[in-house]
Design a protein around this ligand. Structure first.
Ligand SMILES: Nc1ncnc2c1ncn2[C@@H]1O[C@H](COP(=O)(O)OP(=O)(O)OP(=O)(O)O)[C@@H](O)[C@H]1O
Ligand SMILES: [Mg+2]
Length: 239
């Protein structure tokens, strides 16, 4: 298997309006790939299409070599493909540990496996460990983002889709969150598709990147050189 994810000529529409218009991309096992694009370019729609929240009009999506078109989001989450959606979705009235408990139980973990999985997440995100018994609504934005990611990785996905994990965070916390993602990927061989407004930050922690404009890929390349292309620099890196 050369790619963990292969998307071919994907079209995603809301009613008659196509938001993604023939998108092709791939992710190799262990790769961190960034999807860059302006507001409304179709980044979130792409992630929703991959996990079955938006039904493809046409095109192919293969995960670990098998077509996943038509698979349900919860089935995909239990089978190695998880999405952390835009806006931190945590249960505000539950504690950190209870949030992780619900997520791990949903992924089928029980007993000592469940306890071990929660302990591991609290180790990866020490800030969460310190606040393990705090209600989620009392956490800072960055801590809630870490909790949302913790909930996603507790079932040990092989591909994680992240929609703007640094949104609303201070520059310092944004850097911390993105670095945690790339470090976790390196250490666990996790593949990541990352959508980020902060293109500079995202590319600095990625292997490769794609630029999406009105539903089409207009540039792609290694993260180290993608930012050198004048168009990309001007439009997304502010220089
Ligand atoms: N539920 C929906 N119904 C109708 N149109 C939608 C819906 N969600 C998104 N769109 C439209 O699809 C296009 C792509 O939206 P999408 O949310 O994928 O953009 P995005 O790249 O994630 O933008 P942002 O950076 O603002 O999050 C936009 O024109 C948007 O208005
Ligand atoms: Mg979006």
């Amino acid at each position: 298997m050369t790619s963990i994810l292969e998307i071919e000529d994907l079209v995603l529409s809301y009613g008659a309006a196509a938001a993604v218009r023939g998108l092709t991309l791939h992710i190799a096992p262990g790769e961190v790939v960034t999807l860059i694009g302006a507001n409304g370019a179709g980044k979130s729609t792409t992630l929703k299409g991959i996990v079955g929240l938006v039904k493809p009009t046409s095109g192919g999506i293969r995960f670990e070599g098998r077509s996943i078109v038509g698979k349900r989001t919860d089935w995909l989450a239990r089978n190695g493909l998880a999405l952390v959606p835009e806006g931190r979705r945590v249960f505000a009235g539950l504690t950190v540990v209870e949030n992780l408990d619900v997520a791990s139980a949903a992924s089928g973990l029980r007993g000592s496996d469940l306890k071990a999985a929660i302990a591991e997440v609290l180790e990866i995100f020490p800030r969460l460990g310190e606040r393990r018994d705090s209600l989620a609504w009392t956490l800072s934005g960055g801590e809630q983002q870490m909790l949302a990611m913790g909930r996603a990785i507790i079932s040990k996905p092989r591909l994680l889709l992240l929609d703007e994990p640094s949104l609303g965070l201070s520059p310092k916390l944004a850097i911390e969150v993105v670095h945690l993602i790339s470090r976790y990927s390196r250490e666990h061989g996790l593949s990541v598709l990352l959508v980020e407004q902060n293109a500079r930050l995202a590319l600095a922690s990625s292997d490769r990147g794609y630029v999406l404009e009105t539903g089409r890929i207009v540039a792609e390349g290694p993260a180290s050189t993608l930012g050198d292309e004048p168009e990309v620099r001007k439009a997304y890196l502010g220089s």
